[in-house]
Design a binder for this molecule. Structure first.
Ligand code: AMP
Length: 215
C-alpha cells in the first residue's frame, strides 16, 4: 500500500507512520528525519538546511528535490510501497510528488489526515521539547510551523478530498487509540483500493465518530 500523510506538527506523524510501516512492512520515508540526519552528520545539505529547521521554516524545494528522488528510489527498491511522512507541505510539492510518483507507477493510494487543533499540538510539542530537545520545539518555531501548516499545507487537503483518497482521523486522542483506528481503516480500505478506481471513491472522515452529540 502507498500512503501519504498530512498533519500539523505535533499531531503524531512520526509515531503513527512508524507504526503503520511496521504493521504493513513498508518503508517509512520521513523528510524531517532525513533532513535532521543531514544536520547531525554535518553534510553540505545539513549545513544548508539547519537554519530553516531551527526557525521552523520550510526548506526550499531545490534542496529537497534530491532527497525525495532518493527516498522514492529506495521505496522502489523495497517493492514500491511506502508511507511518506512530512511531504508534501505545499501544493507545489503535492503536484510534483504526484507527477513523479505517477510516472513511476507508485502514486499514493490513500492520504491520511491526522486532524488536531493548535492548542493540543502546541502542548504536546512543548512537552516533547523537555525530553527530545529538538531545535524547532521552541515557542517561536512552533508558532511558525503552525502558521505555515495552515497557510501552505492545509489547502492541499481539499485536493486529496476531491480525488476521493483522503481519510481524516481525530489525532487528539492517545497514540494507541489513533493507531488502532488507522490500522483498522487501512485494512478496510485495502480491497477498495485494489478494486475501486480512484475517481469512484469518496473521502472518509472518521472524526465524526468521536464527536459527542449536541445536548
Ligand atoms: P517534521 O519532522 O516533519 O516536523 O519536519 C521538521 C522540519 O523539516 C520542518 O519544520 C521543515 O523545516 C523541514 N521539512 C520537512 N519536510 C519538509 C518539506 N516537505 N518541505 C519543506 N521543509 C520540510
Amino acid at each position: 500500500m502507498r500512503i501519504g500523510l498530512v498533519a500539523p506538527p505535533g499531531a503524531g506523524k512520526g509515531t503513527q507512520s512508524a507504526r503503520i510501516a511496521a504493521h504493513l512492512g513498508i518503508p517509512h520515508i520521513c523528510t524531517g528525519d532525513i533532513l535532521r540526519d543531514h544536520v547531525s552528520r554535518g553534510t553540505d545539505t545539513g549545513r544548508k538546511v539547519s537554519h530553516y529547521l531551527d526557525r521552523g521554516d520550510l526548506v526550499p524545494d531545490e534542496i529537497l528535490c534530491d532527497t525525495i528522488h532518493q527516498a522514492l528510489s529506495d521505496a522502489i527498491a523495497a517493492g514500491g510501497d511506502y508511507i511518506l511522512d512530512g511531504m508534501p507541505r505545499t501544493m507545489e510539492q503535492a503536484r510534483t510528488i504526484h507527477r513523479v510518483s505517477s510516472e513511476l507507477g507508485m502514486a499514493a493510494d490513500v492520504v491520511l489526515h491526522l486532524r488536531a487543533d493548535d492548542e493540543t499540538v502546541t502542548r504536546r510539542m512543548l512537552a516533547r521539547a523537555a525530553i527530545e530537545h529538538r531545535s524547532d520545539d521552541t515557542e517561536p518555531a512552533i508558532q511558525r510551523r503552525l502558521a505555515l501548516y495552515h497557510e501552505m499545507t492545509e489547502p492541499i487537503l481539499a485536493w486529496y478530498a476531491f480525488r476521493g483518497i483522503l481519510v481524516t482521523v481525530d489525532a487528539t486522542r492517545t497514540a494507541a487509540e489513533v493507531g488502532r483506528e488507522i490500522l483498522t481503516v487501512l485494512e478496510v480500505l485495502r480491497p477498495v483500493i485494489r478494486n475501486v478506481p480512484e475517481k469512484m471513491r469518496r473521502p472518509v472522515d472518521l472524526t465524526m465518530l468521536h464527536q459527542t452529540a449536541p445536548v
